[in-house]
Each structure stands twice: as structure tokens, then as C-alpha cells.
Design a protein around this ligand. Structure first.
Ligand code: ADP
Ligand code: ASP
Ligand code: MG
Length: 838
């Protein structure tokens, strides 16, 4: 044999050999391979190892299901054999299968009697799956005749490992000798001219199993076939190791948790190892070790899409993204030891980990503050009770004497690990991880970062594991920022907002990686819920046909799902009752965007509780559209204050309705007529008294005043109502009927103003001392407020910097389009706060 002809190792996982079609696919892949020397390592067919181990468990429980389970395993393999193999070959295969079953029954019988299986017994049983899959495939590949002679290798005959504390240690020298002794002489090429370097050789090798030095069968641990693949790669000095599975490569996160995960094109061995250690099941962590020393590249590829390139794992990957992937390990417990007595005392950690080691409890993560006041470590959840007991025992004296205050266990935790070589020396990565978690209102219980800086691990509540994963994944632009959105009040403003979202969402997703998912719409009587994003082109029809009775609690629970990192409720109503819910929602981490003034102008104690809820949960509350609709009024005020300016006063026309009434009222028509007219055009509330009372303007002043830090309540605002005395109660019609009786009064005020060369405007005013007034005033005809159009709002900020010439914000301040636009702008602002880059 020409020893310079290199081997390529292909390993196929259980999902790649699950049924007859899978076997066919694997054979196709191998036959399309031009390389002459292939070593093919196979796992057991999907689920078979689990089923075999379950047999052992059944035997220990003396369960009578064993025979039926064995029969099911046989039926599954028989079906594949009968589909793929020539009848005689299938028969031979099944005859040997039956002998195995007979042996298994014998072994299990002993287990049933003793009610417990020694480790080597379960190893022996577990290993049959690989024997069955490889024997079958060996026959099949040979029958297809495209790869010349195919040799079956039972890894138990060649691979020697010794189990130690760190797992199975390969006995390289011994294994190499055994393997090379048994390697085939070169076989002739199947067709003249094919196969370079002296002939075609194909080995079919059992994954997962091996023997120890005494020749007793053992395994490489669960999912160990990847390890087998790389061990055989090293033993054969392979040029390349290809690991075939059911996904397109190593993904930036587990695709079952993060559907937007993307394929990583290349990874270093170390990165792959960290990802694997922290739960990326696609590859076994030990797989890398044999390849590293010999610099053998490992490819992860998809059996079901062999045309795709897959992921390359090698010493010097091309990609230089700082973060490559994010994984999590669930079902862990956190043990925390706390006590002032540990400070400066050497050996506490030693005793803690010594005690855990004695019990065979593996420690996944360790974190200790430099004060040495506490140490915590993460361990597998199912060992937490035992762990707590041994640790308490180990520190019994200190606990009794008070040097150690407590040994606590948090049983339901998860670790989230962010992995990437490029994080080393790059500031800001940890901040981004913590920021993304903070924005998603996820509390971090413990933190660990290896000195390699290749991995930042955090421990979070197990309930939030998936949401945490998604938030951090989105934080690094590895997937779109996803907002789960609920819209309340699909009326005038809400309807337009939904249409604006419908027309913009594709663009936002494409350009900015922003995924706005409206998952619920709540109207006054009905609501529409969907687990996916609603199709906003058809929400009206769906609200008619698919809705259920409205229920606010149910609605909020639906919109706030754990698997999406962020939830926002958009309240487009003017309802006080909904405004009262904000505190609860904010404290549960739900962001709120709204044009509804009720919550922010409610009594001061409620307003304070909203701020508090927001502060404690980290949720955002945006309400730019409560004042001046889409105009940047609140944002301007904030910018002024945040940059250190002092506000002297804010004045303005804050009501589009009242602006309109006085812009139009020139005496040629009666005031009552103008009100009627405005109402018909939709410029007023259904009941015009809601505008004329001035309360709406007063609420806006309160919102601005509180934004300035003033402690204002509605009662502090002096309001001049334009609803004549006596007309406050009664029906709308009644009011409109009787309003003309008061036209003369309004007319007199207009004439008086005109006599002084002035105009009438309905103005709100607020100063730094908290004096707030709302009412009709006379203004100079040149005044900025005297020269606005239609329903324009105008707001004038007098500040220390803008003192001679005030800062004016002016423009349409009412109407569904601009109000919805203001709400939409807040929604995008929220997305940027959450890390999206617009
Ligand atoms: P095989 O049977 O081929 O050994 P496994 O089921 O052991 O396959 O591993 C592949 C699975 O690993 C994928 O189907 C995927 O669900 C899961 N997985 C978890 N994390 C990742 C990740 N980061 N990248 C790719 N797959 C992952
Ligand atoms: N069949 C073994 C298991 O399920 C090994 C493997 O599939 O990698 O653990
Ligand atoms: Mg696997």
C-alpha cells in the first residue's frame, strides 16, 4: 500500500443512520467521495442506545416489557435490512442479530436476578447499537459495489482506553499497533483509472465502543462516536475528519432554542471545545483533543444537505467575529457558601471541592468574589441534594460556630456560555452580555470568565434560560432583535399604527435585523392572539373571525412569553383602567409604549410607583406621543435637562382641537357653530366637552411638569374650562343644543381682544416653580402662537440657554397618522435601547 495516500475519516451520527433512506444517503455521500481511503465511523441508529440502556433499567426493575422492547429493536433493524440488502444477506444479518438478542436476554436475566447492573454490563448492552448499524451498513456498502472491498472493524478489537477521573484516556501506542495490524492490503480500484495511490480501501468502524487494557468492553461515554471519529482520525493520521449530522454545521446557538441561529463558517479547536463543553450537543467536547496535536481539520456537515459547506474546525480559523456562539446547560444547581470566617483563610475552596469530589459530584462552574466572603459553584441538578449534604457535613463545625453563615442551594438554574477567541482583549463584550440580559430583565446569579477570555459564563434562573439565550444571541447580532408586541386599542390611532407596522416590518427586518412580532391585538370586547407573528395585512378580518372574548390578564400573559427576549405592550387607548395596569406590567419586565396620558397624569403616588417598577425591572416606558402626538416634545425636554440646561418655563398650545377652534374663530360664524363643525370633521373627541374642559391640556402639563422633576398633581393646575357652567352634565346632543346660548359671551371676549389688537388662544403654561395654568389668553398678533395652522401644536421652551429666543417645536399635533408615527418612533427607540442598531 502506498502509505502516502491519506485517510479521510467520516463519522455519521445516529440521526444520519436512522432508517433505510438515511443509510442510502450515507452510501451516496461516500460513493461521491473521490478519496481512495475512507474510514467510516457510525453511531447506532437514532434512539437505539437510549433503548438499550432502557432495557438495563427495565431489568433492574424486573419489568416484563423487556421482550417487547427487544422485539421492537429487532423489527426496526429488520426493516432496514430487508429494504436495503439482498434477501440472503438480510437473512444472515438477522441471524447474527438474533444471536445478539439471545445474548442480551441472557445478560439481562442476570441483571433481573441481582436487580442491579454493574457499569461494564450496561456498557456491554449499550454497545450493541453500533455493532448493529455498522454490520448492516458494511453489507450494504459492499453490495452496492462502488467502493470496492469494504472492511468491518469492531472498535473493541483495536481501540484501547482506560477510564480515569477525566473520562476515557486513549492508549495510543497499543491502539495504533492493533489497528495497523488489522488494516487491509490495498484492494484493486473498482474501475480502471479510479482511486489514486494504490487502490481503494473503505473501513466501516463502530463508534462509541472500545475495550480497556484487560479487554473488557467499555464505551467512550454518551455521544462518544464523535470522539471515536477523531480518535480514528488520529490513529490513521487522517487528512481530514468529517462529522456528519442533521444540521448545517455548528450553529451560533442550539437551533431548537434559537430558530434564527446561523451556521458558523469556522471555529478554532478551543472555541469548538468550549461550545461543546457548555452544551452544544452537535459535537462532543473530547472530539477535539486527538485532532489538535496533529492539526487535523474537522468538518461538521449535514447528511441531509451535503452540498452545503458546513463548519470547519481548525487551528487558525478565518472568521474573526468576537463571539462565535452561545450555548446553555440546563438543569444545574448553584451551591453558595457564605461566611465572614472564610475571609483570608486558605483551604476553604480545597475543602469544598474535595468534599464534592469525594462524592463524585462534578463541578461545572466556580465563582468566588475577591473578598472571599462567598464561594459558589454550579453542579448537576440531580446531585444537588447530595452535594448540599456533603458540603454541610464538611463545614459542620464552621456552620455551628458561625464562621460560615449558610450553605444554600438554588436547584433550578441554567448556565449560559458566550464563546469566542476574539473576546480576548476586546473590551465591552462582557458589558454587552450583561446589558442584553439586563434589558431582558434577567437576573444574573453568578458569573465566571476563564482567564483565556474565550468564554464568559453566567448563571441565570432556569425558567429564563431560553429567553436569556435569545436575548444574548440577538445582542451580538447573531439573530434579529425580536420584540413580542401586543397592541391594545385598534381604534383611530391603533389601526393606523398596525398598518404602519405592516408596511415597514419587512424592511426593518432586512435592514436592521429587527423582528417586530405583533402577537396580540386587544379591542374593547374581543382579542386576537397568535403564537407566531400575526399577518398584519389581514388583522381586521382575523379580529372578526378568529378572536376570543377580551381578557387583559390573558392577553398580557400571552404576549409575554419566555422564549422571546422582549415584550412590549402598546396601549393606544385613552383608558384609565388600562393605564392602571402599567405598574404590574413594568414590574414584570414588560416594556410599554403609549400615547395614553392617563397613567402619567394619575395621582403622584401612582406615577412614582411606575418609575419604581421601571427602575427595579429594567423595563422601558415610552410615551412621547402623549404630548404633541408625533412632535418631539418630551424628547426635547429630556435632552435639554440631560445636557444641563435649566428650564424656566414651558408654554404652548397643546390641544389640536382647541388650536383649530381659535384659529378658525374670527367672529364670522358663532363659536358653537365652529364646535359643531369641528366635531363633524373629527377634530374633537366624540364629546367636545372633553376638549373644551381643558383637562386634556392640564394632563399634558402634568406630564411635562413631572418630566421636569416637579411634584405636580392635576389639582395644582389652574384650569379655565370653556364648558359653560351648567352644561357639564347631560347628553352630548343636549350640550350642543344649549351651547349657542353662550355664544355672546365668547363673542364679547373676541371683540375685547381685537380692540387691543390681540387674538385669543387657549394656552397651557408651566414654570420652574410649578405654577401651572391652562386657559384662554390674549396674545399679540405677531406672537408665535398666533400664527399656527389648523390643528398645529406649538411648544415654547424658555431655558437658561434659550432665554432671549426660546426654543420652539411646532407642527401638526393631533390626528391618527402623526400620533401613530410618534408611537412607532418610540417603538424603534425602544429597539435601539435594547441593542438594535438602526
Ligand atoms: P448526531 O446524531 O448526528 O450525533 P446530535 O443529535 O448528537 O446528532 O447533535 C446534533 C444536534 O445538536 C442538532 O440537531 C441540534 O439540535 C443540536 N445542537 C445543539 N446545539 C447546537 C449548535 N450550537 N449547533 C448545531 N447543533 C446544535
Ligand atoms: N450511540 C451513542 C449514544 O447515543 C454514541 C453516539 O451516538 O455518539 O450515546
Ligand atoms: Mg452526537
Amino acid at each position: 500500500m502506498n502509505t502516502t495516500t491519506p485517510w479521510i475519516v467520516h463519522k455519521f451520527g445516529g440521526s444520519s443512520v436512522a432508517d433505510a433512506d438515511c443509510f442510502r444517503r450515507v452510501a451516496d455521500i461516500l460513493e461521491s467521495e473521490r478519496e481512495p481511503r475512507l474510514a467510516v465511523v457510525l453511531s447506532a441508529a437514532r434512539g437505539v442506545t437510549d433503548a438499550l440502556l432502557n432495557l438495563v433499567a427495565l431489568a433492574e426493575r424486573q419489568d416484563s416489557q423487556i421482550r417487547a422492547e427487544i422485539a421492537a429493536l429487532r423489527a426496526r433493524h429488520a426493516k432496514i435490512a430487508e429494504t436495503l440488502l439482498a434477501p440472503a444477506s438480510a437473512q444472515l444479518y438477522l441471524a447474527s442479530f438474533d444471536r445478539d438478542c439471545h445474548d442480551i436476554e441472557g445478560i439481562l436475566h442476570t441483571v433481573q436476578l441481582t436487580r442491579s447492573a454493574a457499569r461494564n454490563v450496561s456498557d456491554l448492552i449499550a454497545g450493541y447499537g453500533e455493532l448493529w448499524s455498522t454490520k448492516l451498513f458494511h453489507r450494504y456498502l459492499e453490495e452496492r459495489g462502488q467502493r470496492g472491498a469494504v472492511q468491518w472493524i469492531d472498535a473493541r478489537q483495536v481501540l484501547v482506553v482506560e477510564w480515569g477521573a477525566l473520562g476515557p484516556a486513549v492508549q495510543w501506542q497499543e491502539s495504533r499497533e492493533k489497528l495497523h495490524k488489522g488494516l487491509p492490503p490495498p484492494s484493486p480500484p473498482p474501475q480502471a483509472g479510479e482511486g489514486k495511490g494504490g487502490g481503494v480501501s473503505t473501513l466501516v468502524i463502530t463508534g462509541f465502543i472500545a475495550s480497556d487494557r484487560r479487554g473488557v468492553q467499555t464505551t467512550l461515554g454518551r455521544n462518544g462516536s464523535d470522539f471515536s471519529g477523531s480518535i480514528f482520525g488520529a490513529l490513521l493520521d487522517a487528512k481530514e475528519i468529517q462529522i456528519w449530522t442533521d444540521v448545517d454545521g455548528v450553529l451560533s446557538a442550539d437551533p431548537r432554542r434559537v430558530p434564527d441561529a446561523t451556521v458558523i463558517d469556522s471555529l478554532s479547536y478551543n472555541e469548538a471545545m468550549e461550545l461543546a463543553y457548555f452544551g452544544a450537543k452537535v459535537i462532543h467536547p473530547q472530539t477535539m483533543a486527538p485532532a489538535v496535536g496533529r492539526d487535523i481539520p474537522i468538518w461538521i456537515r449535514n447528511t441531509f444537505a451535503p452540498q452545503k459547506p458546513g463548519t470547519l474546525i481548525c487551528a487558525h480559523p478565518k472568521s474573526n467575529l468576537p463571539v462565535k456562539g452561545i450555548t446553555n446547560i440546563e438543569q444545574i444547581a448553584l451551591i453558595n457558601i457564605e461566611g465572614a470566617g472564610m475571609i483570608g483563610v486558605p483551604g476553604t475552596a480545597h475543602r469544598l471541592f474535595g468534599a464534592l469530589r469525594e462524592e463524585g459530584i462534578s463541578v461545572i462552574l466556580i465563582s468566588q468574589g475577591s473578598s472571599e466572603h462567598s464561594i459558589c459553584c454550579a453542579i448537576p441538578q440531580d446531585q444537588s441534594e447530595r452535594a448540599a449534604a456533603v458540603v454541610r457535613e464538611a463545614f459542620r463545625r464552621e456552620l455551628k460556630e458561625g464562621q460560615i453563615q449558610s450553605v444554600d442551594v438554588d436547584p433550578d438554574m441554567a448556565i449560559l456560555a458566550v464563546v469566542g477567541d476574539g473576546m480576548a482583549g476586546m473590551p465591552g463584550v462582557a458589558a454587552k452580555v450583561f446589558g442584553a440580559l439586563g434589558e431582558a430583565s434577567i437576573n444574573i446569579r453568578a458569573i465566571a470568565q476563564g482567564a483565556s477570555e474565550r468564554n464568559i459564563s453566567v448563571v441565570v434562573d432556569g425558567k429564563h434560560a431560553t429567553r436569556a439565550l435569545r436575548a444574548v444571541h440577538a445582542g451580538f447580532y447573531l439573530s434579529p432583535h425580536t420584540l413580542s408586541i401586543g397592541v391594545i386599542g385598534p381604534g383611530t390611532v391603533g389601526r393606523v399604527l398596525l398598518d404602519q407596522l405592516a408596511s415597514q416590518s419587512a424592511r426593518l427586518r432586512e435592514q436592521f435585523n429587527l423582528d417586530m412580532r405583533v402577537r396580540g391585538i386587544l379591542a374593547s370586547k374581543r382579542m386576537l392572539l397568535s403564537s407566531q407573528a400575526l399577518d398584519l395585512a389581514h388583522w381586521r378580518d382575523e379580529l372578526e373571525t378568529r378572536s376570543v372574548p377580551a381578557n387583559l390578564d390573558q392577553f398580557a400573559d400571552h404576549v409575554r412569553v419566555d422564549y422571546l427576549p422582549h415584550t412590549v405592550i402598546i396601549d393606544c387607548t385613552a383608558s384609565e383602567q388600562i393605564g392602571r395596569r402599567y405598574q404590574d406590567w413594568l414590574s414584570r419586565g414588560v416594556h410599554i409604549v403609549t400615547p395614553n396620558k392617563k397613567a402619567n397624569s394619575a395621582e403622584l403616588s401612582y406615577y412614582r410607583s411606575l418609575r419604581e417598577a421601571r427602575r427595579s425591572s429594567g423595563a422601558r416606558y415610552l410615551y412621547e406621543a402623549t404630548v404633541g402626538a408625533g412632535l418631539p416634545v418630551i424628547q426635547t425636554l429630556r435632552d435639554l435637562r440631560e445636557t444641563g440646561d435649566d428650564i424656566t418655563s414651558i408654554e404652548g398650545i397643546f390641544s389640536g382641537t382647541l388650536a383649530y377652534l381659535f384659529n378658525v374663530y374670527d367672529g364670522s360664524a358663532a363659536f358653537s357653530q365652529i364646535v359643531r363643525d369641528a366635531r363633524q370633521r373629527g377634530y374633537t373627541e366624540p364629546d367636545p366637552r372633553d376638549d373644551l374642559s381643558g383637562m386634556d391640556v392640564a394632563r399634558k402639563l402634568i406630564i411635562l411638569g413631572r418630566e421636569m422633576g416637579l411634584e405636580l398633581d392635576l389639582a395644582d393646575v389652574e384650569v379655565e374650562s370653556l364648558v359653560p357652567a351648567g352644561l357639564e352634565a347631560g347628553s352630548i346632543e343636549d350640550f350642543l343644543e344649549r351651547l349657542p346660548h353662550h355664544d355672546a359671551g365668547m363673542r364679547a371676549r373676541l371683540e375685547a381682544a381685537r380692540g387691543r389688537n390681540k387674538v385669543l388662544r387657549y394656552v397651557g403654561r408651566l414654570d420652574a416653580q410649578g405654577k401651572a395654568t391652562v386657559g384662554l389668553v390674549e396674545l399679540d398678533t405677531k406672537h408665535a402662537f398666533a400664527n399656527i395652522a389648523l390643528t398645529d401644536n406649538v411648544v415654547r421652551f424658555a431655558t437658561r440657554r434659550y432665554c432671549d429666543n426660546p426654543l420652539i417645536v411646532q407642527g401638526p399635533g393631533a390626528g391618527p397618522e402623526v400620533t401613530a408615527g410618534g408611537v412607532f418612533a418610540d417603538l424603534l427607540r425602544l429597539a435601539t435601547y435594547l441593542g438594535a442598531r438602526l
